[in-house]
Design a protein around this ligand. Sequence first.
Ligand code: PLP
Length: 478
Amino acid sequence: MNIDEFRVRGKEMIEYICEYIRTLEGKRVTANVDPGYLRHLMPNEAPFKPESWDAIMRDVDGKIMPGITHWQHPRFHAYFPSGNSFPSILGDLLSDAIGCIGFSWAASPACTELETIVLDWYAKAIDLPAEFLSEQKSGGGVIQGSASECILVTMLAARSQAIKMLKEQEPNTEDSAFLPKLVAYCSTESHSCVEKAAMISLVKLRVLEPDDKASLRGKRLESAIREDVANGLVPFYVSTTLGTTGSCAFDNLVEIGPVCKLYPNIWLHVDGAYAGNAFICPEMRPFMAGIEHADSFNTNPNKWLLVNFDCSCLWVRNRMKLTSALVVDPLYLQHARSGESIDYRHWGIPLSRRFRALKLWFVMRSYGISGLQKYIRNHIRLAKRFEAQMKKDRRFEILNDVRVGLVCFRLKESEEMNQELLANINASGRLHMIPARVMGKYILRFCITKEDATEEDIDYALNVIEEHATEVMLAHYE
Ligand code: PLP
């Protein structure tokens, strides 16, 4: 494809995208295909000769689209939102065209500098403690590919600090010999990526029971830490969550923070992958009380701030502690301005980095903080409407405190009937939700995801759920 053809095909693609989005509502929300469906439709080998763009796009329509789960569909209420907006799509488009690999300042100065600036903007917009700003020189923010990476790199940084401390006491011991002593903590409600990070880091993970609101409390953590210290272990990392995946519960940082402070080597991480974005609204900030105790915090604009995947923001109080765990410095990556600038390759695992700051910058400027607040508030308002309406139907119970855009509910019936209800709704293609197990109970999660979701969308969803509930109950009790 040359530049003239790209000009034409590019415009057609924008048109295709607009039509895709405009007509989404008429499609099934989930794909109705079986595993392996695409294998039957595709040749076994890549074409030897070039194919026409028209032929490729015909296959997008005929073969790919039938296998798509439409995450931007107004009836998609599963998981958390997958951020998406026109300014963000345009940001990614431009980033792909520029195609720089901004691993160091010199590799593309604007790529690094814009990232530092927008991360400071966002930290201020959600009122993070000033120590997290790069303006303060000791802290700073970085865009990672996912919350899982944020948790992994902070765990690796904490591990490196703990090993350094132990090495001062036993300088002749190999680093790896300290690993069996190290123990990290999280709650049963933490995302599974904490477990994965501990697996990769080769450390123990103690998974603690939260209280009956799914919130991890200080006393529970303190007793686990005491017990482990008494057994000769070295606590080094605590991963807390503001807005858990299952039920959007908030761990109690006001209690947990001071417990961590009793042990100089414990790194307190706060994962706000979804709900952290809500702190852009001042009225939501009471839910981040205790954040001043944190060593690091992450939230994903690619979940709930209209930025397309991937864009997971991580801030650290002490950037040296993060980078000292991750620095390698071969000659071919060094540059003359190293000392004066940030080189983000030291802040994460991959060397190569996309220009992700562009889309976050586009979104922040196009919507303004006020537009983003409006978006978040609309989702919270609609979740509360869903909750209020559902409470009127005595067949259902709500199982979480609805604070953000997620409602957890179940039929006051057996787990089997709830499973059937969810399976039938999803099979209908009219609505998509996923289940979770919260405090031992099987629940259905209803998340507001569409950018400009409306009351009509909520009422439609309630109707579908109620219709299917009636069907399931009739089938069981007739
Ligand atoms: N943390 C929380 C609270 C989440 O809800 C999720 C995913 O939904 C993650 C971490 C993992 O996110 P990612 O897919 O960005 O790794």
